[in-house]
Design a protein around this ligand. Structure first.
Ligand code: HPA
Length: 238
C-alpha cells in the first residue's frame, strides 16, 4: 500500500499499461485481459491486473499531466516492482506527415515541465524509450499494417496555451511529431529505477489543421493501439 495505491505487494504485474483515463484502464482490462482483478480504487484512479495470452499484465490509470503521472509511476516502480511500462494515450499532431489516427511510437520526449529542470540542473536530461520495446512495437505495427511514425514528442504541462500553435513552432521546426502530457516523466522515472518504458500515442487531433477524430474513430483507434501495445509486450516476454 502506498499513499495513492491501496494494492498489496504482488498485486501488480511487472508489465503495466498506463492510460491517462481510469475508465480506459477498466475498458482495457475488461476487453483484453483474462482473470482480471481490480487492484486500485483510490481516488477512482483505477488499476487492474490480469493476463493477455498467458502473460501477466496490469493496467493503471495515471490521470492527466506529469505531476499526476509521476506519482503513480513512482509508486509502481518503487513499491510494486514494475519493470516494463507502456503509456497508451492520445496526442495532438504537430507534423503534417502524421495523419489523424496515425500512431506515434515515441523515441524521446522533451518537456516544458519544471520537474526535471529542478532535479538535473545544470544539465538537461534526455528522457528516452527503451530501444528493444520500440523495435518490437515497430515490427508489430508493420505486421498489422498500422500507420505509424517513430520520433520525438513533446510532453507539455499546458493543454490550453494562450499562444495557440505559436507555442509549438520551435519544436515543430526541430521535428517534434506530437504533443501530449505524460511521456517525459514516464521515461525519466523508468531510467531512475532501472526499468524500461515505451509510449504509444494515437493522434486524436491535429494542431496544424485544427481537425479531430470522431468518437467512433477514437474507439477504433484505441482498440488498434491497445492491441499493438499488448502484442508488443507479449512478443517482448517470449
Ligand atoms: N495537447 C496536449 N495533449 C494532448 C493533445 C493536445 O493537443 N491532444 C491529445 N493529448
Amino acid at each position: 500500500m502506498t499513499p495513492h495505491i491501496e494494492a498489496s505487494s504482488g498485486d501488480y504485474a511487472e508489465t503495466i499499461l498506463l492510460p491517462g483515463d481510469p475508465l480506459r484502464a477498466k475498458w482495457i482490462a475488461e476487453t483484453f485481459l483474462d482473470d482480471v482483478k481490480c487492484v486500485n480504487r483510490v481516488r477512482n484512479c483505477l488499476g487492474f491486473t490480469g493476463s493477455y495470452k498467458g502473460v501477466p499484465i496490469s493496467t493503471q490509470a495515471t490521470g492527466m499531466g506529469q505531476p499526476s503521472t509521476a506519482i503513480y509511476v513512482h509508486e509502481l516502480l518503487n513499491m510494486f516492482g514494475a519493470k516494463t511500462l507502456v503509456r497508451v494515450g492520445t496526442c495532438g499532431g504537430l507534423n503534417t506527415d502524421v495523419k489523424l489516427r496515425d500512431v506515434i511510437i515515441a523515441m524521446t520526449a522533451c518537456t516544458d515541465s519544471g520537474m526535471n529542470r529542478a532535479h538535473f540542473a545544470p544539465f538537461d536530461f534526455a528522457p528516452s524509450a527503451d530501444f528493444g520495446l520500440v523495435r518490437k512495437a515497430v515490427e508489430i505495427a508493420e505486421e498489422k499494417s498500422i500507420r505509424h511514425h517513430v520520433g520525438p514528442i513533446f510532453s507539455s504541462d499546458v493543454f490550453y496555451s494562450p499562444d495557440g500553435i505559436a507555442t509549438y513552432q520551435t519544436l515543430m521546426d526541430h521535428g517534434i511529431l506530437g504533443v501530449e502530457m505524460e511521456t517525459s516523466t514516464i521515461f525519466t522515472l523508468a531510467a531512475r529505477f532501472g526499468a524500461r518504458a515505451l509510449s504509444i500515442c494515437s493522434m486524436s487531433d491535429c494542431i496544424i489543421t485544427e481537425t479531430q477524430i470522431s468518437a467512433d474513430e477514437r474507439q477504433q483507434t484505441l482498440t488498434q493501439m491497445i492491441e499493438l501495445a499488448l502484442e508488443t509486450v507479449v512478443a517482448d516476454a517470449s
